[in-house]
Structure formats: C-alpha cells, structure tokens
Design a protein around this ligand. Structure first.
Ligand code: 0PR
Length: 380
C-alpha cells in the first residue's frame, strides 16, 4: 500500500487503464452475464452501504428483499416461498443441499448421505460435495442431453437425501424431465432442488410452456439468478424453499447483532444487490422480461439461420438462448476465434462443441459479423 494516497485524478486514470483491458460484452458470446439494466445500476449505487448481514440496521432494504422473494415465488408458482438473496447460484446450490442434509439428518443418521445430480450439473455441485462431504452421484444423459430418469432411479438408495434437476443447463440450455423427477422425489420421500440459475428468468417468458417450478409438487427448492437473465447487478442470486422448515435448517444464532438469527452463508451481504434486483424486476415486470427473452430467442433463430448457410449445425435444437455447435476441432476453432478475431466463445466438454449464449447484449450485427469470422476460420 502507498504511504500517502493518490489523487482522485490518478485513481481514475489508473482504473481507466484497467477497465480498458477488460473485454467488452459486444465480443463476448460465452457469458451468462450481461450489462445490468440502467435502473438496477442506479438502485445499486443508491444502496451501496446497505448490509443485509445486519438487516436490523437496514429495515427498508430488508423489506425490499422480502418483496423480491415474494415476487419470484409468485413467478415460480409459489408466492409463500421462503428464501433469501444469495451471491449467485453457487451459494444457492450449496445452501439448498446443506438444508437437505440438515433437515433429513435424523433419517439417514450415520451413513454418508448422497445426492443424485445430472451429469450436466454445474461444477458448483462438485464444490457442494467437497464442502458438505456429501457423495455426488452423477446420472447419465439421454440423447437429447436431458438426465435419464432410469439412471437417476438406479442411483437412489437409502442414503439419498435428494435429487437435483436443471432448468437450463450451463452447457446446452437443456431442461431435465422435472415432472418425472418430481414424482420420483415424492415416491422416495426425498428433496428435489431445481437449478434454474439461467432458465428461471427465461422459461416463464417463452411461448412454449415448460413445467419446472413449484407447480410440480415434488420441487422443494429453486435457485434463480437475477444477475444472469434477470438483468440485475452482480452479485444477485435467489434461493427459494417451499417449506419454511427448510430455511430453518440453515439457522445460525447471531446473538450480538440487531437480529438474533441468520440463515445465510455469508455474514455481511450486499443490500445494493437487493435494491438493484427489486428495481429491475419491478421496472420491467413480466412484460419487460418477455420482450427481452423474445429478442434473445429471435436472435438465436437468426444465428441458426445464418450458420446453416455456412453448413454449421447445432447439436440439439436450442430450447433457450444457449447454442452448442458441431464444428470439427472445436478447441482450435475457439482459440483462433479469440486470437484472430477477438471473439470469446466457450467449449462444451462432452461432446466437444462451440457454445454460444445469446444474451441481451447480442445484436443482429454482432451475429452477422461473428458468422463471417467463423466462416473464415473454418475455411482456412
Ligand atoms: N447453475 C447453473 C446452471 C449455472 O449455469 C451457473 C453459472 C451456476 C449454477 C453458478 O452460478 P454463479 O456462477 O452465479 O454462482 N453459469 C455460468 C458458467 O459457469 C456462469 C458464468 C457467467 C460464466 C458469466 C462465465 C461468465 O462470463 O458458465
């Protein structure tokens, strides 16, 4: 640290240089984040000092958080859902599984508990397994890259405390057969957590209807991320539980704070994210999100149409705005796109495909220019 401080002008200049080294989202086709909505940014700045870790000091912000939980509960067909705002789906997934373990512990007493997750589950579940010392059983996928229900059933045993389903998988944007998994969870009297980190702000606004939320009676918790397609600021995640008992499973005593209990993983926690999320969901409403999602889906269709001309095809028909493309030597193509044309795309693991996410910052011009560059790379 410097002995004496720099001037404000020096600080600004140095920050400008660093910011200049960051990529602009206009070249990024690999991210599930995007520019947050202006209304969210304004609210974030207005509540910058607010700390939800000691919410007795920030009663107004706390009330906004209650309203966010209730609005998203309503969106996901359970207005009475219990929950709180997390730093994102990694934390939501950790806490959902921790709650499963704590609530079901008496039943599965001495042996090591396990959960069954799709092979396509986000790597945050590997962290869950490590942190909580819970065995992770990975169920195989069918040819459409949805989890195989038979494989899930085969993996359940007396130490299984719950299942995980994905509504919008990270790599393929696919939705698991959640209706069936809900039945299986009920039959086995175990929890079912739905990771709708990405899909939560997409599926309710598509023309096609998908059953993935609390409407299904076996779904016991949902992770949904306002900092992805919700257009809020980072860090904004939401974890929702069907039963308040599940939230109680996360309770810690906080005797010297303004409130005597906490249910969160982090202590100090951003009230700015709460205000930003409240602002953008209320400003856009369902109509606003429907427009955003329609635009992303139209551009996804446009992308596929342009790619067809250069004989590049998707691995599966995209369900949402995530596209996996079959190209030979996908790693090499990805590297060349980055090096020669400054495009950021990612790669799926199994099979190896180019993966693009058509976020709200993507335009028809961006797609046109990307397809031209991809064509160039594939030709030479
Ligand atoms: N669950 C699913 C289905 C996800 O896709 C992700 C993140 C998570 C959980 C974890 O969410 P947090 O990272 O918010 O805790 N999916 C993206 C991914 O790992 C996150 C991301 C976002 C990556 C922007 C890159 C990026 O530029 O690919």
């Amino acid at each position: 640290m410097n002995k004496t401080g720099l001037s404000e002008a020096q600080i600004r200049d140095l920050l400008k240089i660093s910011k200049g080294q960051d990529l602009k989202y206009e070249r990024v086709l690999s991210s599930m984040c995007t520019y947050p909505h202006r209304v969210a940014v304004e609210a974030h700045m207005d509540f910058i000092e607010s700390n939800m870790g000691d919410f007795g000091l920030f009663r107004g912000t706390y009330e906004l958080e209650r309203q966010v939980i209730s609005s998203l509960g309503q969106l996901l067909n359970y207005p009475d859902a219990a929950g709180y705002m997390t730093t994102g789906a990694t934390e939501s997934n950790i806490q959902a599984i921790r709650s499963m373990r704590n609530v079901s512990r008496p039943a599965s007493c001495c042996e090591r508990p396990n959960i069954v997750v799709p092979d396509s589950a986000h790597f945050s579940f590997d962290k869950v397994s490590d942190i909580l010392d819970i065995e992770l059983r990975k169920a195989s996928l069918d040819t459409n890259l949805k989890v195989s229900v038979n494989s899930v059933e085969d993996l359940i045993d007396k130490n299984t405390i719950g299942l995980v389903a994905i509504a919008g998988s990270t790599e393929f944007g696919q939705i698991d057969p959640i209706e069936r998994l809900s039945e299986i969870a009920l039959q086995n009297n175990i929890f079912l957590h739905v990771d709708a980190a990405f899909g939560g702000f997409v599926l309710p606004f598509l023309d096609a209807v998908y059953e993935f939320d609390f409407k299904l009676p076996g779904v016991s918790s949902i992770a949904i991320d306002p900092h992805k397609m919700g257009l809020s600021t980072i860090p904004s995640g939401v974890l929702l539980f069907r039963e308040s008992e599940q939230l109680e499973g996360l309770k810690a005593d906080t005797p010297y704070l303004t409130v005597s209990t906490q249910y969160t993983l982090t202590g100090t926690r951003s009230g700015a994210s709460v205000a930003a999320t409240w602002a953008v969901i209320n400003y856009l409403g369902q109509e606003g999100y429907r427009k955003t999602v329609s635009k992303c889906m139209e551009l996804t269709a446009y992308l596929l149409q342009e790619l067809e001309r250069i004989e590049v095809y998707p691995l599966i028909e995209p369900v949402m705005n995530v596209v996996a493309l079959k190209v030979p030597e996908a790693d090499l193509v990805r590297n060349r796109l980055a090096k020669e044309f400054n495009w950021q795309v990612s790669i799926t693991q199994n099979p190896h495909c180019l993966r693009l996410v058509i976020m709200p910052h993507v335009t028809a011009e961006i797609i046109g220019s990307f397809v031209r560059d991809l064509h160039e790379v594939l030709r030479s």
